[in-house]
Design a protein around this ligand. Structure first.
Ligand code: ADP
Ligand SMILES: O=P(O)(O)O[C@H]1O[C@H](CO)[C@@H](O[C@H]2O[C@H](CO)[C@@H](O)[C@H](O)[C@H]2O)[C@H](O)[C@H]1O
Length: 465
């Protein structure tokens, strides 16, 4: 591996040469990416937050690490926002070999690199190897900081491949040994996707792959987490695939759901040991309920089909506020924050691991890092059983309910607390999650919208179970 080179140029505004010539190509390419968070609004321009030249364009391959802010018009009534910042790894070549055709961003007609082709470099093994090498050697490249747990070895020669799964970020698998997740939408601050797995590793919790290495930057005095490398769980199936497979065969998922309940409780128990917990009294609960109501109101604006259900949904939240007003308290702790079947990997030996502690990517980091009742994660998983059943066959009955019972029993076996003993809290969180899902699906996968909408309809017409 040749030496990682390195020049860096950090700018808080303005568009140096490369970005100016990339601008029209990115405007067209960026909104088409699965991980682009600003769908539905045009990109009107970019500003450069940081640029690091990893390989100069004088060779066969030029390579740039860019953090760019995408400017988009605000939606009516939204608070002022500078635009989301995205992490890009841009390759520049004279011509793109056919194997890299899917990575094409476009051709540069002007600027310092006129005549060159620009592409998404994560598809290219050479840049991917360069990133792993930088992590292995704990490189400092311009603003970029590559760190690692020196207790874990990173062998050379691991062959990289970009994952093609539908993702909110982008991941490269190295020789089925490691997986590097590069975060796409970047926000300053401590990122729970690194913070929580590190805390769990310190607690010796085996249900989460321990981070091996990570990549970050400090820009304008603020830390940014840009990527995390962790051991790859070989031959794993995720809970979503498994659930759909069992549903297709007409088989029971009870034993797996119960084991998932146990795994969730193990992670919650370890997080409660590792990081502070707090008691939520009336005032804090009211704030939490206010947040749910605000999200409902915003969702109704975004997806008008929700409007007829709004009063019924609202009452799930006020029922929780009423309990708090009567003096009930709850314990809050750090949780996963976006738990669903797709975040659970089962090894061929039958062990479950939980991944992706980033939380709901659309929420502010400070909110994602707040202690919350564990019921929020549990509700996320219960919603997922419902999703799987509905996707397999919208008329199927009993499957999601059986998973729910098994999952809650498994959870109680490890934690000592059965989530079903607090039905008002659980229903409020299931409702909140289904509302989030309605907005998520409307924005990203409109054909899936009927799945959370069916749950919304059920919640407003059924009693607590
Ligand atoms: N440690 C791991 N071992 C095996 N596969 C993994 C591992 N971590 C993630 N994956 C795979 O990568 C996919 C995306 O990872 P995830 O952390 O959920 O990214 P995103 O936040 O982009 O959705 C997962 O659905 C899973 O299939
Ligand atoms: O995995 P991500 O962090 O990207 O989470 C987002 O995307 C998920 C879909 O990929 C979405 O999950 C919803 O769909 C799942 C089935 O595909 C289902 O199992 C989940 O229960 C449902 O919420 C998740 O909400 C979103 O944040």
């Amino acid at each position: 591996m040749s030496e990682v080179v390195i020049r860096s140029d950090t700018a808080s505004s303005g568009s140096p040469g490369l970005l100016a010539s990339l601008d029209p190509l990115l405007r067209e390419w960026l909104p088409r990416q699965r991980w682009f968070a600003g769908k539905g609004r045009p990109v009107t321009g970019f500003s450069l937050v940081a640029a690091t030249e990893l390989l100069p364009p004088t060779g066969k391959l030029g390579l740039y690490h860019l953090l760019v802010r995408a400017h988009q018009p605000l939606t009516l009534g939204a608070p002022p926002h500078p635009g989301d910042c995205y992490q890009l790894l841009i390759g520049v070549r004279g011509a793109l070999p056919p194997r890299l055709a899917p990575a094409l961003i476009g051709h540069l007609d002007e600027g310092p690199l006129a005549g060159h082709t620009v592409y998404e470099a994560l598809y290219d093994p050479r840049p991917a190897e360069l990133l792993l090498e930088a992590l292995r050697t704990r490189a400092r490249i311009g603003d970029l900081r590559f760190e690692r747990d020196t207790g874990q070895e990173i062998r050379d020669g691991l062959v990289p491949r970009l994952m093609t799964a539908e993702q909110s970020n982008s991941s490269i698998v190295y020789g089925d040994t490691f997986i590097l997740k590069l975060l796409r939408r970047i926000v300053p601050g401590t990122n729970p996707d690194l913070e929580l797995p590190l805390a769990l590793a310190r607690e010796g919790c085996p249900r989460v792959p321990a981070p091996t290495a990570w990549l970050g930057a400090e820009l304008a005095g603020e830390p940014y987490v840009l990527g995390v490398l962790q051991p790859f769980v070989q031959g794993a199936s995720d809970g979503w695939e498994l659930a759909l497979r069992e549903l297709a065969k007409g088989e029971d998922f009870g034993a797996e759901a119960r084991s998932l309940g146990r795994a969730t409780a193990e992670v919650h128990t370890a997080l409660a040991r590792a990081l502070p917990t707090v008691t939520l009294g009336h005032a804090q609960l009211q704030l939490l309920v206010d947040g749910m109501i605000e999200r409902l109101e915003a969702a109704v604006q975004a997806v008008p089909g929700l409007r007829p259900y709004a009063p019924g949904l609202h009452s799930s939240f006020t029922a929780l506020a009423d309990l708090a007003a009567e003096g009930r308290t709850w314990t809050a702790q750090r949780i996963h924050g976006d738990l669903h079947l797709g975040q659970c990997l089962r090894s061929p030996a039958g062990q479950w691991s939980l991944i992706d502690f980033e939380g709901e990517p659309s929420k502010p980091l400070a909110e994602r890092r707040m202690p919350q009742p564990p019921a929020r994660d549990i509700a996320g998983m219960l919603r997922s059983f419902d999703y799987a059943a509905h996707c397999a066959d919208p008329t199927v009955t009993g499957w999601a309910e059986a998973c729910r019972a098994a999952y809650c029993s498994g959870y109680a076996e490890v934690s000592g607390a059965d989530p079903r003993t607090d039905p008002v809290l659980l229903r409020a969180y299931e409702t909140d999650k289904a509302i989030y899902e309605v907005v998520y699906e409307a924005r990203h996968r409109p054909e899936w919208l009927p799945v959370p909408m069916a749950a919304i309809e059920r919640y407003v017409t059924s009693d607590l179970i």
